[in-house]
Design a binder for this molecule. Structure first.
Ligand code: ADP
Length: 274
């Protein structure tokens, strides 16, 4: 594919999965999402990185028997990356649908991950898709694509991240039903860490207790706190035979900060937890 932007879209087209993605529900979000889907409402998932937003969408796409098209947003993403472009081939110039247009035609769930990373002039293309019109006008071809039944727009973003620099325009935000995500309560997070990390319940429980202690360091300047994803990474290392302290340092402490004082405080909490 020829892309006009330097990076182009980072897209994952999932076949409909036959086995259910592992997902533990936290607060009634499954029924709420199902209603949004049936009532053709666009959805915004808000929450810190690594807390289960992507896994939730994967699970819901499986449950609703829809194909999932995932687009990771970045600041180079252009409207053409989403909608499509004319490309020169052996038979001349032909139009190629972008991932958003494909999802609209096929009635897929289109998930734009970290949507605030995309420029606001790119995000505007979502507006007529996210209200009752459910249509995608393609300026370059003059075609207006009406969304097939089953099409649903889902976006995610991390409200804490670069909060002062980037935010969604109110006119965009108001088009979505918002779901607030956060790290699961301790027993559920321990069950997730045990399942995904392949460790027994006592190790998973200790990792989650450590994670919650580390999360309190936010007040002492830790910008990004450990996600469920990081706890799972530590669990996987422990499960494969790496010493607990080393695993926690490599998978949790070091990725979170370069600041010696914070690293020291995190190391102390690791030592006190195992
Ligand atoms: P996000 O999209 O919020 O950045 P992910 O969905 O990628 O985060 O979550 C990171 C990992 O944490 C997942 O791959 C999954 O292993 C695990 N996870 C988080 N929450 C849940 C949950 N409620 N049920 C099952 N797994 C979860």
């Amino acid at each position: 594919m020829v892309c006009s932007s330097s990076r182009g879209p980072d897209v994952k087209d999932d076949e409909r999965s036959t086995t259910a993605p592992y997902y533990i529900e936290t607060a009634g979000e499954v029924a709420l999402f199902e209603q949004c889907h049936h009532r053709k409402l666009a959805v915004m998932l808000k929450g810190p990185t690594g807390c289960g937003k992507t896994r939730f969408v994967e699970y819901m796409a499986w449950r609703l028997k829809r194909t999932l098209v995932t687009i990771s947003c970045h600041d180079d993403l252009s409207t053409a990356d989403l909608v499509g472009r004319f490309l020169i081939g052996t038979d001349g110039t032909a139009w190629h649908d972008g991932p958003l247009t494909r999802a609209v035609r096929e009635g897929a769930i289109c998930y734009l991950d970290e949507v605030v990373e995309a420029r606001q002039d790119t995000v505007v293309v979502l507006h007529p898709l996210s209200d009752h019109r459910r249509m995608l006008p393609i300026d370059k071809t003059g075609e207006t694509v009406i969304a097939a039944p089953g099409f649903q727009l889902v976006v995610s973003y991390n409200p804490g991240y670069q909060r002062m620099l980037k935010d969604m325009k109110p006119s965009t935000r108001q088009r979505f039903v918002a779901f607030d995500f956060d790290f699961p309560p301790p027993e559920r997070e321990a069950a997730i860490v045990a399942h995904e990390g392949g460790v027994d319940a006592s190790v998973a429980h200790a990792l989650v207790t450590l994670g919650n202690r580390l999360r309190q360091l936010r007040d002492r300047g830790l910008a990004e706190v450990p996600s469920t994803r990081l706890l799972i990474a530590a669990a996987r290392l422990i499960g494969s035979g790496i010493a607990v302290q080393d695993a926690c340092y490599a998978a949790i402490v070091s990725p979170l900060s370069d600041e010696p004082v914070l690293i020291g405080a995190m190391r102390d909490l690791v030592a006190a937890s195992f």
